[in-house]
Design a protein around this ligand. Structure first.
Ligand code: CTP
Length: 404
């Protein structure tokens, strides 16, 4: 094990951060972070050769990632033993480097370590009262400059608070408000803000975080157009529900959460203004183009869906409306629809309709003696609609229809 290897090399090894926090909270966490009081990269190399796996090392940061053969990732960091020489007759002090390493972290709950060397295996190393904070369900910073050093920690505080149903501590909240008053947040780069927003959108309940952000004026601080309105809260609530439904069914392809929730966050923003938001959040050219196109597609589909009636309109019509739209857009349409029958039919499309395949292909058309050309697309398309609408079923019926 990693602990035995540490012992052999003469280095203390710790599991740290979210992994330890989640053990105390009784929550699953598969991202193991190790800190080695020694040489992290050498440790990672030896660990990989013992247990099988690859190493990616970053010598600049003295960190490494071990990717084990089963796909499990282990992050390894280096904490150097530091010696402080005092002048004159005072003795040299050896500062425990794990303490320094933990002190640089964001919140007490993330600044816990667990010894894994044999003999001391399982000993909790808690310099900052993390265990107490976990018991009291409190998010607390380690020192008063934490948010000044890194304002993205404000969003992290909110994310952890909502995820664990904790409370941001009183003094920590004052420091957040102080940092916001200093407008540290408005100065954050779009890339960093977007990165943190994406983490939030990957949480179980992003809306809870957005509401907290709104209360603190953070939405407007990112961009005035991002302020939460009643409409946005409503659509984000519905988006959360359809997203969960989709996840529960294990439908493919997987949703890119941010592409879904950003649609809700920007609902009601005019077409000519949307560029302000994508610029602020530092979208790439391609992301911006795709996002604008998605919004246009949704607008277009909403119009078409207004005329669609269950029982009266064909399912193949629904298929053609939805087929060109990425799955995030379709879920948005589902969340947007007030009419129950539209929702139900969109869910049918996602669960079943979009996987429909016909049993005839170009080769069959050739065998039927049909001259190749654009007509093939037209025929195959017609067969598809016929199958969706239940007019043809078997391959024989489809072949028969192809020559008609
Ligand atoms: N960290 C920090 N400041 C940041 C980001 C991270 O101090 N702005 C520290 C945290 O103490 C955290 C560690 O770096 O424990 C690893 O970060 P990350 O993997 O983002 O945190 P986890 O706690 O593992 O969070 P999650 O459960 O969301 O993966």
């Amino acid at each position: 094990s990693a602990g035995d290897l540490g012992h052999k090399l003469g280095w203390e090894v710790y599991a740290v951060g979210g992994f330890v926090r989640d053990i105390l909270l009784g929550r699953p966490n598969f991202d193991l972070d190790l800190v080695v009081e020694g040489d992290g990269i050498e440790f990672a190399r030896k660990f990989a050769s013992l247990s099988g796996g690859r190493v990616k090392a970053h010598s600049k940061f003295k960190t490494a990632v071990v990717i084990l053969d089963d796909g499990q990732r282990v992050d390894v960091a280096t904490a150097r033993l530091e010696y402080y020489e005092y002048p004159a007759a005072l003795p040299t002090v050896e500062l425990s480097s794990i303490k320094m390493d933990l002190y640089r972290r964001d919140f007490t709950v993330n600044a816990l370590a667990l010894r894994i060397n044999p003999g001391r295996f399982g000993q909790l190393v808690d310099f900052f009262g993390a265990e107490r904070d976990i018991r009291n369900r409190t998010i607390r910073v380690l020192h008063s400059l934490s948010f000044v050093e890194d304002p993205t920690r404000i969003l992290r505080a909110i994310r952890f608070e909502r995820r664990f149903d904790f409370q941001i501590g009183g003094q920590t909240m004052r420091l957040i408000k102080n940092a916001l008053n200093l407008e540290l947040f408005s100065k954050l780069s779009g890339t960093r803000v977007m990165h943190e927003l994406q983490w939030i959108m990957n949480e179980e309940d992003p809306l809870a975080c957005f509401i907290r952000m709104q209360e603190l004026g953070i939405m407007a601080a990112i961009h005035p157009l991002l302020k939460l309105t009643k409409d946005k809260v409503q659509i984000l609530t519905e988006l959360g529900k359809v997203h969960n439904w989709y996840k529960l069914l294990y439908l493919e392809p997987e949703i890119t959460s941010w592409k879904l929730y950003i649609l809700g966050m920007t609902m009601g923003i005019k077409r000519e203004d949307i560029g302000q938001v994508t610029t602020r959040l530092h979208f790439t050219r391609k992301e911006e183009k795709d996002f604008k196109q998605l919004r246009d597609m949704i607008g277009d589909a909403l119009m078409k869906l207004m005329g669609w009636r269950e029982g009266k309109s064909k399912l193949s019509r629904l298929y053609s409306i939805l087929h060109p739209i990425p799955v995030e857009g379709i879920l948005f349409l589902m969340a947007r629809s007030r009419k129950e029958h539209i929702r139900r039919n969109i869910s049918q499309y996602l669960a079943r309709l979009r996987y429909v395949k016909i049993d005839v292909d170009g080769k069959d058309l050739l065998n039927l003696g049909i001259e190749p050309g654009p007509i093939y697309t037209i025929i195959l398309d017609r067969l598809m609609r016929a199958k969706i609408d239940g007019h043809v079923e078997t391959r024989e019926e489809q072949l028969e229809m192809a020559i008609k």
